[in-house]
Write a protein that binds this ligand. Structure first.
Ligand code: HEC
Ligand code: HEC
Ligand code: HEC
Ligand code: HEC
Length: 204
């Protein structure tokens, strides 16, 4: 009887321990937390390092960052007039492709998100609240974590086609090779984040 109780206790302890270990493992991918749009400024905090590819600066120079402003241009007003739209910056018909996440529920947007930033990082990479932690970003980079578990997308031609399609203004289609090169913001080969900071200053 006594030894039976001891077995039970050891068993219970084991169950508790494995439950704890399991909970820890399961806590990693935030599957139950729907990702939210955080806005380009959140990405800028880490992705504005020139040696790392200067993604934020490159995006700022690209037309994607101006996609909302464009909707106030004379050309936009002309296009809108033909369609009977008074203000393209307020029209779903235009915002659909000229800002990030248009049409999604209000609770999908963090306070840091700014629609006027146009076609932001998250238009192509997915809503960022679950992946923008450094530990996750590095984990995905090192292939220790799965991008899709955190809502991070590596865009393909299909991603572009959501906006660059026959309904898109100008009617131009994406030529994947040429157009993805035009917006290229890759991380230079051999770049190791923080390596410059860790190295002793020259002359020491
Ligand atoms: C706290 C810092 C931090 C923030 C904020 C951050 N990232 Fe990252 N990200 C990293 C690090 C570190 C890497 C690994 C590569 C490197 O060092 O540049 C990375 C890598 C990536 C990669 C490449 C992943 C791969 O598999 O190669 C993408 C894409 C990316 N980030 C997009 C974003 C976007 C979009 C945002 C904003 C929603 C964002 N990041 C916000 C730190 C960050
Ligand atoms: C289905 C997606 C989509 C919708 C909807 C859309 N646009 Fe665009 N728009 C684009 C894309 C993609 C481009 C870039 C085209 C290119 O340069 O290849 C663009 C470019 C533009 C430009 C600059 C290019 C030019 O022709 O000079 C203006 C202005 C513009 N859109 C206005 C509007 C207005 C106004 C509306 C609403 C009536 C609208 N767009 C709706 C996708 C869209
Ligand atoms: C959310 C909608 C959207 C998505 C997704 C999108 N684009 Fe665009 N893109 C636009 C709009 C709108 C413009 C025009 C902005 C303007 O002229 O103000 C544009 C402009 C461009 C341009 C014009 C050149 C320049 O200087 O920036 C290129 C090239 C381009 N996109 C490539 C791509 C590629 C490649 C992808 C996929 C990896 C992509 N786009 C995904 C909406 C989108
Ligand atoms: C118009 C779509 C689009 C936008 C907007 C965009 N990206 Fe990307 N991004 C891409 C594409 C396409 C790739 C290349 C995917 C691949 O190599 O498979 C990429 C790759 C990356 C990579 C990995 C580069 C590498 O060498 O592995 C990082 C980091 C990144 N993007 C960060 C950002 C950040 C930060 C922003 C906003 C400041 C941003 N991206 C905005 C389309 C976009």
């Amino acid at each position: 009887m006594k030894s039976f109780r001891a077995v039970l206790m050891v068993g219970a302890a084991l169950v508790a321990w494995s439950g704890f270990a399991h909970a820890q493992a399961a806590a990693t991918p935030p599957a139950a937390t729907p990702p939210m749009y955080a806005g380009v400024k959140r990405c800028k905090t880490c992705h504005n390092v020139e040696k790392g590819g200067g993604q934020f600066a490159k995006w700022t120079e690209s037309k994607h960052s101006k996609a909302f402003a464009t909707l106030a241009s004379p050309k936009a007003l002309e296009i809108a007039k033909e369609k009977g739209i008074a203000d393209p910056q307020k029209a779903d018909e235009c915002l659909a492709c000229h800002v990030t996440g248009h049409g999604e529920a209000a609770d999908k947007f963090k306070e840091s998100f700014v629609a006027a930033d146009g076609v932001g990082c998250e238009s192509c990479h997915g809503a960022g609240s679950n992946y923008l932690k450094k530990s996750v970003m590095q984990g995905v980079r090192d292939k220790k974590m799965k991008a899709e578990d955190y809502g991070l997308m590596m865009p393909t031609e299909k991603t572009c086609a959501k906006c660059h399609n026959e309904k898109g203004t100008g009617g131009k289609f994406v030529d994947w090779k040429a157009d993805s090169t035009k917006i290229d913001h890759s991380i230079p080969a051999g770049y190791v984040r923080g390596a410059e900071a860790a190295a002793p200053p020259a002359g020491e």
